[in-house]
Design a binder for this molecule. Structure first.
Ligand code: GLN
Length: 484
């Protein structure tokens, strides 16, 4: 059962080949047996999962079924789940059980999906390797000495290891796409505002966006059909019709105009990764697409701009974790100030503290204009680069990550090198555009991801283009030897 995609599982459930309870039990057993090797889950919601599976089986009897009814999925541990712990990968929330569900979680529940558990992640989604989690690093199933990427590293690893058919992720600067690339799965970051952020613990509110992580584009379309849509509880969610993302998957891509930004193929890109990505792009030409060179001249400013904007927003968002209202509180505070200082000092890890300090500095009265305001201006220039590019092309393609998975510990003490892992993914968040990563080959026996960036609200096209590629190739169906 664990080798099937969502669409195959849905067909098997409908045909009565097995029940959702049997399917859920099979996944729970696999998790128990194999997750100790990769640490992809923080919480496994065994009892709730079985209860939800039985409720889904009852729905099959009455005929009220949706494509996700009875399908087990994992939620990144950044989404609030009523009755199941939500830690955000932090000691700060180690004891936090939300009294409500995130809108995304509600939508999966309404469709009758089964919550298997909550996946491991970098603390408060800050990281590119899943090494900043309070719950320990996640190991990449393709080589357990390497990182799975981050921050949605648990989600990517559990899908690659067949410990869930699909999962949710969030992407502030690459956290869906980069781990998808490093683990050889499919991941989509939608347009900013397409998916509600209500109940998703905020890192950098103007950049955060939730999206599906799956084995195939076909499954990502099914997941996005459930996730996307306006939410009155999120003022930045966009009131705009949601197309049926599954309906256009098979459309022809004859005449599709692909732009290759020269800045995404230059210095810093691993040669073998570059060759694999170029070979994948040839495949699109074989499917009728045309390719042209483009330029996104402000690309080199994306990482520095992000590392002003994201920490600034995080310093504000994370001020609510003060030991007073919820989450971690230090032992026996002597007074209020001691409680704040020690609760925050002990509750947050080093990377989160680094970001809070950078952000507080950038927003301080004397430096606001020099850093935050300047960064906002450059952000506009980066968006303009894309606007001009999309006058000429339909989709932008390139590598998702400059290299394949790196060794655990290799970049942990070098934040700047770590930050460069997102050099091709961050601009997309600054502009609010949708981006996707799909498996496109291997380099040194580790997966390589191809990134596709689309125009605003063009998720249906990204999914269509990705699906056509996956019909013509089999990179997405490879599985790591120890997890077949
Ligand atoms: N790696 C980037 C960071 O550390 C992006 C993280 C994300 O997208 N959540 O901030």
């Amino acid at each position: 059962m664990h080798t099937k995609t969502i669409s195959e599982l849905a067909a098997a459930l409908r045909a009565g080949e097995f029940s959702s309870e049997e399917l859920t039990r099979a996944y729970l057993e696999r998790i128990q047996l194999l997750d100790p090797k990769i640490n992809s889950y923080i919480t496994v919601a065994e009892e709730q999962a079985l209860a939800m599976a039985r409720a889904a089986d009852a729905r099959f009897a009455t005929g009220e079924v949706m494509p996700l009814t009875g399908i087990p999925i994992a939620q990144k541990d950044i989404f609030c789940t009523e009755g199941v712990k939500t830690t955000c990968g932090s000691r700060m929330l180690d004891n936090f059980v939300a009294p409500y569900n995130a809108t995304t979680v509600e939508r999966f529940n309404a469709d009758g999906a089964v919550l298997l558990g909550k996946t491991n992640m970098d603390e408060f989604a800050m990281g590119s390797s899943n090494e900043t989690s309070f719950y320990g690093p996640v190991h990449n199933p393709w080589n357990t000495d390497t990182v799975p990427g981050g921050s949605s590293g648990g989600a990517a690893a559990c899908i690659a290891a067949r410990l869930a058919p699909a999962a949710t992720g969030t992407d502030t600067g690459g956290s869906i796409r980069q781990p998808a690339a490093l683990c050889g799965i499919t991941g989509l970051k939608p347009t900013y505002g397409r998916v509600s952020r209500y109940g998703m613990i905020a890192f950098a509110s103007s950049l955060d966006q939730a999206g599906p992580m799956t084995r195939t584009a076909e499954d990502a379309a099914i997941m996005l059909n459930t996730m996307a849509g306006f939410d009155t509880r999120d003022s930045t969610s966009v009131e705009r019709d949601v197309p049926d993302y599954s309906a256009s998957l098979n459309d022809s891509i004859e005449g599709l105009k692909i732009g290759l930004p020269k800045e995404y193929f230059g210095e810093g890109l691993d040669a073998e990764v570059g060759r694999q990505v170029e070979a994948a792009i040839k495949e699109f030409e074989g499917l009728g697409a045309t390719v042209q060179a483009i330029s996104l001249p402000n690309t080199h400013l994306a990482v520095p701009t992000y590392y002003v904007v994201a920490p600034a927003e995080c310093s504000s968002n994370l001020s609510r974790f003060d030991g007073a209202r919820f989450g971690y509180r230090c032992d026996k505070p002597v007074d209020l100030e001691d409680m704040y200082k020690r609760s925050r000092g002990e509750g947050f890890g080093a990377e989160v503290k680094r970001r809070i300090m950078i952000g507080t500095y950038a927003l301080s009265a004397g430096y606001y204009d020099a850093y935050y305001l300047k960064a906002q201006r450059i952000r506009q220039l980066i968006s303009d680069d894309f606007r001009q590019a999309f006058d000429k092309v339909d989709v932008i393609m390139g590598p998702t990550s400059p290299d394949v998975a790196f060794g655990i510990g290799e970049k942990a003490d070098d934040p700047i090198t770590m930050y460069l892992s997102d050099i091709y993914t961050i601009a997309c968040n600054l502009a609010g555009l949708p981006g996707m990563s799909i498996p496109a080959g291997f380099a040194r026996d580790l997966p390589v991801g191809l990134q596709m960036i689309g125009n605003y609200f063009d998720e249906a096209r990204l999914l269509n283009v990705a699906h056509r590629f996956q019909q013509a190739t089999d990179w997405h169906s490879r599985a790591p030897e120890a997890f077949k």
